[in-house]
Design a protein around this ligand. Sequence first.
Ligand code: C2O
Length: 506
Amino acid sequence: AKDVYLDWNVTWVNAAPDGFERPAIGINDVYPCPEVNVELGDRVIVDVYNGLGNQSTGIHWHGFTQYHTGVMDGTSSVTQCPIPPGSHMRYTFDANQTGTYWYHSHNMGQYPDGFRGAFIVHDPKPPFQYDEEFTMTLTEWYHRQMPDLLHEYQSAANQAAGGHEPIPDSALINDSNDTKFKVLPNKTYLVHIVCVGNWPGHTWVFDGHDMTVVEVDGVYIEPFTVGEKMLRIAPGQRTSVLIHTKPDASQNFAIWDTIDINMMFIYENRTIPENYNPNVTAWLVYDEAKPLPPPPVLHEFNFVDDLDFTPLDREAALSPVDQQIVLHTFSSAIDGIPRFVVNNNTYIPQDVPSLYTAQTVGNDLSSNPAVYGQVNPFVIKYGEVVEIVINNYHNNLHPWHLHGHQFQVLQRTGVDGGYFNGTIGDLGHPPVRRDTIMVENHGHAVIRFKADNPGVWLLHCHIEWHVEAGLIATIIEAPEKIPQIEAAPQDHLAACAAYPDPSNGN
Ligand code: C2O
């Protein structure tokens, strides 16, 4: 184990990932933001300087449970104050989980403007063999900047028009529409796939190469061969697959990816614009001198169900359940603008981060979640097995992400599968664990985890439009133990005292 030190100045950079130039967020004046690669057990130290000038920021390390380091979770107004322009914060945490993760700003719809990257924790003893590896990030992309789009989305005029999300302009693989992965013949590649997008899910195909899934969201699974079906992931999710390259370099192959048209155009009063292109192509390049073929033409969308995956460690379903939390989630016009609600309440970020509130009040007020403000707080006790039911009354898919844990997925219905009625079916194998789960339209999911990580953790739809529209709950875990976890860095607390800073624009 070693220290991995990163010195990051977050700045605006001109970028043209799909050919259209616009300002995007980069690190140390480079867009796209770098991929981070560390070894299991490394200590990660990141000095972040907010050089954006016009927006506050913060970095969340998506999928890292931050076991007993909850102050490093990077969620503004939850585990820290936003870092104002011209300020600095140091994140320190241990990379004590293997696999595929990512980092992104958790402020003001900021990551879709570019502030995001893959984060891989390499395992010195992986439970499968491979020769080489590469990472593939998938996202949709917008020509306009998020503050502008959000302003329009969260408006009475938009509500009057149906209240729907802005339509992306293109799709990107590794922040480009022209990515070439140089490969060698007859090798096994471990491909880390990260959906860093903020609305539609993605489906992709390596033409001519079958995929075997070995990891989801940092959890090893029993190898699962995809065959004729397809994989899909939604914002926040990751999947690692093994592919074996062809025995010779006589031909190159296309990688085809598409953003989920159904999610974007499911609404009655929205039609697909003429010539709309939801696809992006990349290539497995065996020989640079040979032509780059077009992607395959695909007709059938038949998806692998991630509930069919079995964790490699075969951890049994947690039982019995000590506390059950039921979330009824829906869209709702509030004060004439499009919002989302959890049990009828929309999330409103607080000036005092919820974790600091928990550190102050500890156990005293754990019976009175109202002290946390309008954050949809749920207080759970140390050591409990917690079951969370997410009922989705909306007519669209929502990928739900929990900070602080990898949860077991006991049940998840298909589209129109109905709401939880108290019965859990038999999966026939131990439940998959992950940190982000797709919950289908008019359906539900049931997840469980053990409350062994004191802290304040968001549970939210990872669609960034919906984060800004309030589709968030806050899990206050073992508040009596929160004062014992590491305190926030002093320099950050000083910046915090100055918040809210009018220059934040928030
Ligand atoms: Cu990717 Cu709340 O996080």
